[in-house]
Write a protein that binds this ligand. Structure first.
Ligand SMILES: Cc1cc2nc3c(=O)[nH]c(=O)nc-3n(C[C@H](O)[C@H](O)[C@H](O)COP(=O)(O)OP(=O)(O)OC[C@H]3O[C@@H](n4cnc5c(N)ncnc54)[C@H](O)[C@@H]3O)c2cc1C
Length: 668
């Protein structure tokens, strides 16, 4: 039954090249809209053979105990896992002082009046001192040696986390001689794609020996909560444990698996049942794809049978900041991982002002999150968000929705400075002053630059690997292979999407699915990547969206909105599913339609226009050559299967209002 309070917005906010930007209108006639849109986009999209990898047959895992949030088909959290605790840090600092004794020459001179006897006394004292130092060092070494292996690793992790953002991560193991020189499966990068690949390998080859090499000093963890949930719970005691409360209040770890899930790299070779080992803080400098050797930064060689590059992406900065003097740079940071979070978490407690540069997902999520946190913990903290576009997430959302969202972000307490760019930066006392292009000046203690990322393809040139000149990223074929026996997945890969052509996607679901497929192919599945990945973004517990396909606001869009209720929010969906990773919900989804939508004659369906701007929930269709190429589900959840089907059908719809009904947005 339809309870209409729907609003059709026919929008053709075309920014690109010869196309004009038109103000949003709810009353545009369809013919006008289509003819404009034909002028702009002549390229036709390819066939519609899209097929979710969920449908591909899978060998039943013999080691069926693996279950983690990275898997679309199930989730588990490791709430009891405590990677670091205060006790271990104390022990660690003691060990460090033992390992670095003062040299004898640095000892103070003996306190004696007579020269000759003073010299003899000094020699005697030096000997005693040396003996004492050796004894202490020896005792410390013995104590350290007697500790169980796992304790040593925990201590190091704590150090790496405490040493915060910009310091070099602690290496675990500390020496490359403990890293195997030969492994069947080598995964370069311990992020989501790497971890997902491990699970796939293990599910097809139960005794597989998998080595993950990660430049970060952490076990594999998820990034999405770092700009969302972690900030909404001011319980600073818990912060140290790297757990967070999901929107429904239940606690979860950032880590995919607890430490005891992994085996140590030096045990990997010997273990008859295989397993996964993570060498943390170790960077691969180069690959020889012909000899199948990965070279670590210290020259250590690891021969592999199959290797995956899952090196992810790194944040970009702006010249104005990266070229600034060091004194200014101390106030500037980017935001990508746990060390950035740990550092910022300390800063928000006491600082007066933070500016976030960038209006995209990360900038907008962080702005809302920090502002909410300020209201809970540090009311004097002012959060600014500065970006050059007119509204938040303007590159994705149609202009009217972007502006509406900006209003919402401002209501969260964020001081939005839209349409502005930083032209100069100066240090004034303990603040940096950002001089904007309109002459305004904003002075803050900390600046977070959130202006996008670039793929981590550092090792491409040295390894003779091809990087896509347009998208960046290791160029891979449909099986995600860059070279024989060498694969790439996740943010760092540029793959061939049979529907939309060459693409690089920087989202969680893509990392999970492409990582999984690469893992399966490393075991010999030989399957192509046909998945159309989704992504999500939450501006706190009340507003969120999910999207699929090409969601580019420079495309014409058609949107259908309905009145939202309390159940149409990220918080409500997490309460229902108990899973903050939205892409996990799709597999549990109950499809709301068993058949694909039929084309509807426009003449018979008139759009109801409420004339309001209540964009509570809705469906936004992105069109290219009259075909739906992207869909945003605005505060609409558990409908991704329907969206996927609409994209897959690759049909021209006469009335998208009717298609929107398939998403049941008018149901109460
Ligand atoms: C704060 C934040 C919030 C996000 N929120 C969302 C969200 O809500 N929804 C969504 O869909 N997506 C979100 N994303 C994006 C998503 O997290 C990424 O797309 C995903 O993490 C990519 O996974 P990956 O494994 O490809 O790369 P990464 O997670 O970047 O992992 C790559 C790893 O490889 C390591 N590495 C790099 N080079 C080397 C080398 N040479 N040797 C050894 N190791 C190396 C890196 O240090 C890193 O640990 C968010 C990202 C961030 C940062």
């Amino acid at each position: 039954m339809l309870r209409h309070r729907s609003l059709i917005s026919l929008l053709n906010n075309v920014h690109r090249q010869t196309c004009h930007l038109r103000p949003p209108s709810h009353n545009l006639v369809r013919t006008d809209f289509l003819c404009k849109f034909n002028r702009c986009y002549s390229k036709k999209s390819g066939g519609a053979n899209d097929e979710s990898s969920n449908k591909t047959p899978r060998i039943t895992p013999s080691a069926a105990t693996y279950k983690s949030p990275v898997d679309n088909r199930g989730s588990s959290s490791s709430t009891s896992y405590k990677e670091c605790h205060p006790g271990t840090q104390k022990v660690n600092s003691e060990i460090q002082s033992c390992n670095r004794p003062n040299p004898v020459s640095a000892c103070p001179p003996p306190d004696c009046a007579h020269e000759e006897s003073a010299a003899a006394q000094a020699r005697k004292n030096n000997k005693r001192l040396l003996a004492a130092i050796l004894l202490t060092a020896g005792t410390c070494y013995t104590i350290w040696k007697l500790q169980p292996e796992s304790n040593k690793e925990k201590i190091d992790v704590k150090t790496s986390r405490k040493s915060a953002a910009k310091s070099v991560p602690v290496k675990i193991p500390s020496t490359s001689s403990e890293i195997p020189a030969h492994v069947p499966y080598l995964l370069v990068g311990g992020g989501t794609a790497g971890f997902s690949a491990f699970r796939a390998i293990k599910s097809l080859d139960a005794k597989a020996k998998v080595l993950i090499l990660s430049e970060e000093g952490y076990l594999p963890y998820m990034r999405p909560p770092l700009s969302k949930e972690v900030w909404y719970d001011p319980d600073s005691e818990k912060k140290d444990e790297l757990t967070f409360k999901q929107w429904n209040g239940s606690e979860k770890s950032l880590f995919y698996e607890p430490e005891d899930f992994y085996i140590s790299p030096k045990e990997l070779d010997e273990n008859p049942n295989g397993g996964v080992a993570v060498a943390r803080g170790w960077r691969v400098e180069r690959i020889d794809p012909f000899k199948r050797i990965a070279y670590l930064e210290d020259g250590h060689e690891i021969k592999y049978e199959k290797c995956l590059l899952a090196t992810g992406a790194k944040p970009k900065s702006l010249n104005i900041f990266s070229k600034a003097p060091e004194a200014i740079q101390k106030h500037i940071t980017t935001f990508r991982g746990i060390p950035d979070y740990v550092e910022l978490n300390e800063i928000v407690k006491e600082t007066d002002s933070i500016a976030i540069i960038g209006g995209g997902f990360l900038g907008s999520e962080l702005a809302c999150a920090l502002s909410r946190r300020a209201s809970l913990e540090n009311p004097k903290l002012k959060v600014y968000q500065i970006f050059k576009e007119p509204g938040n997430m303007h590159k994705v959302l149609p202009e009217y929705l972007s502006l509406w969202t900006t209003n919402k972000v401002a209501k969260e307490g964020v001081h939005i400075i839209a349409g502005s760019e930083v032209q100069d930066v100066k240090l004034e006392g303990n603040e940096v002053s950002l001089m904007l292009n309109d002459g305004k000046k904003v002075s803050v203690n900390k600046v977070i630059v959130a202006v996008g990322v670039e793929p981590n393809t550092y090792l491409a040139e040295k390894s003779g690997l091809e990087v896509d000149p347009d998208c960046g990223g290791f160029l891979v074929n449909a099986e995600l292979e860059a070279r024989s026996h060498l694969y790439a997945a996740g943010d760092c890969s540029c793959f061939y999407d049979i529907k939309f052509g060459r693409r690089r996607v920087e989202h969680h679901d893509h990392a999970v699915i492409s990582g999984r497929l690469a893992g399966e192919n490393m075991v010999g599945a030989g399957k192509p990547y046909l998945h159309q990945s989704m992504f999500w973004s939450d501006l706190g517990p009340d507003i969120g969206f999910e999207a699929i396909g090409i969601v580019d606001s420079s495309l014409p869009t058609v949107a259908v909105f309905a009145k939202a209720s309390e159940k149409d929010s990220p918080k409500a969906i997490v309460a229902e599913s108990n899973d903050n990773i939205r892409s996990n919900l799709e597999a549990q989804n109950v499809s709301t339609t068993s058949s694909s939508p039929s084309p509807v004659n426009t003449q018979k369906t008139s759009a109801e226009n409420t004339g309001t701007d209540d964009y509570g929930k809705g469906i936004i269709f992105y069109l290219r050559d009259e075909l739906v190429v992207g869909i945003v589900l605005w505060n609409v959840f558990r409908r991704m299967t329907v969206a996927r089907q609409v994209l897959k059908d690759d049909r021209k719809y006469d009335d998208l209002n009717e298609v929107a009904k398939l998403f049941h947005i008018f149901d109460e």
